[in-house]
Design a binder for this molecule. Structure first.
Ligand code: MN
Length: 341
């Protein structure tokens, strides 16, 4: 079979590799589509500190069940499925707390071990979830993963009906967080510096969008919240300065959700947290959120087809990577097609 492999930074190739074998508790999936994520670009650029090389990349993938091991009960051959990329030990403190997404020995397929940019992929049955192929086109099953990030952020920030949520950044993860929040009855403000991204955020359902190069952010936040500040903030900009800014714009008793993986410190005064009794939480990957996302796809509340800006055949993976790097304003999410639907 063919697979997309990154040998070292900036060296990507289509390779011939063996179709994986499956164990009795595993599923062999014929990949329909796979999403390109910012972290894949990081592996390509050599800026993803978690990745090792060479790597068969891709953690957003889905397709059809080709074969099941003898003990697999939850999916059947021919079903359309999405695969959760989180692999955990099941024994450490986090796993015992029911939070395998921060397992002490966490591995993510496509980052720490081989992933889904391939014609076939093997996955443990417990990580494989069926979708209604009549409602979700198989090439978009892969987008269950980025929406699961959005679902996790909403859970961590306890976003509920009537809440006002401020999402810093209008890239694909911001959009996923926003659509999940809208489906819960929250109102959402989003920012960016790229006009096209803000237009996209508005098209996808954001209530208020704001270009931080043109408008005063703090004034807009206080105006939109009747002077209170923001009850919930999700920072997808993840820069050194966005985190203290989020603490500043949060209202008393507010929640701030952090998803950044940068290791540079931000300067934060304790009083900013204490005085308003803020809840600051990290949100990493997803904790069994695939079923909730799939229900959102099937009800139409979440729209993976609209998240996707373009589909490329996998043979043009390098062109797709280059486009995301060089013209980010044109792209929200790119899906690589691995098989004809
Ligand atoms: Mn992703």
């Amino acid at each position: 079979m063919k697979a997309v492999i990154i040998d070292e930074p900036f060296k990507i190739r289509i390779a011939e590799v063996p179709v994986p074998d499956i164990r009795e508790d595993e599923v062999l999936i014929r990949v329909a589509g796979a999403g390109i994520c910012g972290s894949d670009i990081g592996i390509y650029n050599g800026t993803n500190s978690l990745a090792t090389y060479p790597r068969l990349i891709g953690h957003e993938y889905g397709g059809w069940v080709e074969k099941t091991g003898s003990r697999v009960k939850n999916v059947r051959v021919g079903e359309c499925v999405a695969v959760d990329p989180v692999r955990s030990c099941g024994q450490c403190y986090a796993c015992r707390q029911g939070r395998p997404n921060v397992c002490r020995s966490l591995e993510v397929t496509g980052v720490h071990r081989d992933g889904g940019f391939a014609e076939y992929v093997a996955a443990p049955a417990e990580a494989v979830y069926a979708l209604d192929a009549g409602r979700v086109a198989p090439e978009y099953a892969c987008l269950t993963e980025p929406y699961s990030i959005g679902m996790q952020v909403n859970e961590r920030g306890q976003v509920a009906k009537g809440d006002k949520l401020f999402i810093m950044g209008s890239g694909p993860i911001g959009i996923c967080i926003m659509q999940v929040a809208k489906s819960r009855g929250a109102q959402v403000m989003m920012t960016d510096m790229i006009k096209e991204r803000l237009e996209n955020a508005e098209r996808m359902g954001a209530d208020r969008v704001l270009n931080i190069q043109e408008e005063d952010l703090a004034a807009a936040v206080y105006d939109w919240t009747d002077g209170e500040g923001m009850p919930v903030i999700a920072d997808t900009v993840c820069s050194v300065s966005s985190f203290p800014q989020a603490l500043e714009l949060a209202c008393p008793a507010g929640r701030v959700v952090v998803v950044g993986l940068i290791d540079k410190p931000s300067a934060v005064a304790q009083v900013a947290i204490t005085k308003k009794e803020l809840t600051i939480v990290g949100s990493r990957l997803n904790n069994h959120r695939f079923p909730q996302v799939i229900r959102g796809f099937e009800s139409g509340a979440l729209t993976p087809d609209k998240l996707c800006s373009r589909i490329f055949p996998y043979t043009e993976a390098e062109e797709a990577f280059r486009l995301i790097r060089e013209r980010p304003q044109e792209i929200c999410k790119i899906v690589l097609r691995f098989a004809d639907v």
